[in-house]
Design a protein around this ligand. Structure first.
Ligand code: SF4
Length: 220
């Protein structure tokens, strides 16, 4: 398999995905800003290696106890860990949440920054979390790369990267501007419904004729 796909084919892939995966888009919801940014950071930290429903359960339990960085630091690590148990890795995540809140208050006066550099300077925030917050909370044109987006992009050949962060960097360079607003939605929905991790539906896939993985006979 050689890749990635040339730019004109990248645009065609996006065009087809945008038609195959319509529905809710970030553009329809609009940016939310603070204090949603704080909740987004915490939710993203909780989501590492966790199913969506478990992340939501942990986030709901935690935000019922604390809604601000100050509230969060009034809890000790074990109280946070107990609340977020459903999402797994709860001891490490509780530690990270306290470190994040401490730095947010000390370095940023409690205000979540709206730049990738600023976000990634905070403990527990990597590129994926930073891009999710930038896109969904601050309304920036950024395609956030999670495990689904990483898998789909490298199967199709939009990118040829080994890590999610490298996929994000390549996507940023290779995606046409018009795709940046809602590209995350198209790719993630496509990854959940069609190009799934274990059993991709290649026979009904709208981009199978372009997909490098399929053309090479490698469906995983
Ligand atoms: S052809 Fe198969 S592997 Fe390729 S993008 Fe479609 S579902 Fe995924």
């Amino acid at each position: 398999m050689t890749g990635p796909l040339p730019e004109d084919q990248v645009e065609e892939v996006y065009r087809r995905l945008s038609q195959a995966m319509p529905g809710r888009t970030r553009g329809a919801k609009g940016p939310k800003g603070q204090p949603d940014a704080f909740r987004s950071c915490i939710s993203c930290m909780l989501s590492a290696q966790s199913l969506d429903r478990n992340t939501a359960a942990a986030a709901n339990a935690l935000f019922a106890l604390a809604k601000t960085p100050q509230d969060m630091l009034a809890l000790d690590e074990s109280e946070i860990a107990e609340a977020i148990k459903p999402c797994g890795l709860y001891n490490r995540k509780a530690r990270n949440i306290r470190a994040f809140c401490t730095a947010l208050l000390a370095d940023r006066g409690g205000v979540v920054p709206d730049t990738r550099q600023g976000l990634m300077a905070l403990p527990g925030i990597g590129r994926k979390c930073a891009d999710i917050v930038l896109s969904f909370t601050f309304g920036k044109d950024v395609i956030a790369v999670d495990t689904h987006v990483h898998r789909v992009c490298n199967r199709i050949g939009l990118t040829d990267a080994k890590t999610a962060d490298k996929t994000a960097a390549q996507l940023e360079q290779r995606s046409p501007r018009w795709t940046l607003r809602d590209g995350h939605f198209w790719l993630i929905q496509f990854g959940k419904r069609i190009c799934t991790a274990r059993a991709p539906k290649c026979e009904t896939c709208p981009v199978s004729d372009m997909c490098l993985s399929y053309r090479a006979g490698q469906k995983g």
